[in-house]
Design a protein around this ligand. Structure first.
Ligand code: FMN
Length: 214
């Protein structure tokens, strides 16, 4: 069953992304052989397109180069001069142009996959003053431990994490034919997307009005 803990949709669309929509990147966090992540990402991307307030792009970490070995300097210190591999460019460019993120994550040993941590650590300003929502899945906990860790990490990068999330416990029985069996799941997703759209518009306006003091 999908879970969130909000009883009503909050906020308006606040659409000011070009052309009239927010640029949303759905990040597929797992790269494991036989992974379930793309199924979840595909469904949530469909929900975001149905919402109507987003230009949606799926970025699959399995399709970009994300080495574990980092350069000597940090991306925070190096800024625009940070030396990234050529194969990482699609990821960096997608993060750069995004107004909002939906991070799709499983739970590995009560946290999120190393692939996702590496992708986060190669970047800094690309996350700053942008909203991030989470869609998690796993065993009984539905990926909640992974999301708690991600909230902590992304706060360090000055991202704004959204309180509501979608969690899918026991995804191996609760999904069929590429979609969750819980009939309420699309409504939960809509609430989450409303909040994400509100923050995307508010933070984009703020970034454009005043440089973020990081
Ligand atoms: C290394 C590893 C550790 C895992 N640890 C957990 C865990 O702590 N909690 C949980 O609910 N599921 C755990 N699982 C099960 C995953 O949630 C499940 O395999 C899921 O499909 C992983 O997502 P993926 O298919 O996109 O890789 C683990 C799976 C792997 C491969």
């Amino acid at each position: 069953m999908a879970e969130n803990n909000t009883s009503a949709a909050v906020g308006g669309n606040g659409r000011n992304g070009a052309p009239g929509r927010h640029r949303l990147v759905v990040l597929v966090g797992s790269v494991r052989e036989g992974r379930f992540g793309p199924v979840v990402a595909s469904w949530v991307a469909e929900q975001a397109r149905l919402h109507g307030g987003f230009d949606v792009e799926i970025l699959d970490l399995a399709e970009v180069e994300v080495p574990l070995e980092l350069p000597a300097v940090s991306p925070k210190a190096a800024g625009g001069d940070y030396p990234r591999p050529a194969g990482m460019a699609p990821l960096t460019e997608a993060l750069e142009r995004a107004d909002a993120f939906l991070v799709v994550t499983p739970e590995y040993n009560h946290s999120y996959p190393a692939s996702l941590k590496a992708a986060i650590d190669w970047h800094f300003t690309q996350w700053t003053a942008k909203p991030v929502a989470f869609v998690s899945y796993g065993g009984a906990a539905g990926g909640r431990h992974a999301v708690l860790h991600l909230e902590n990490v992304l706060t360090e990068l000055h991202a704004v994490t959204i309180r509501d999330g979608l969690a899918f416990p026991n995804y191996f029985t609760s999904w069929q034919d590429g979609r969750p069996q819980d009939p309420d799941a699309p409504a939960y997703a809509k609430t989450l997307l409303e909040q994400l759209a509100w923050w995307a518009g508010a933070l984009r306006a703020a970034r454009e009005a005043v440089p973020y003091p990081a």
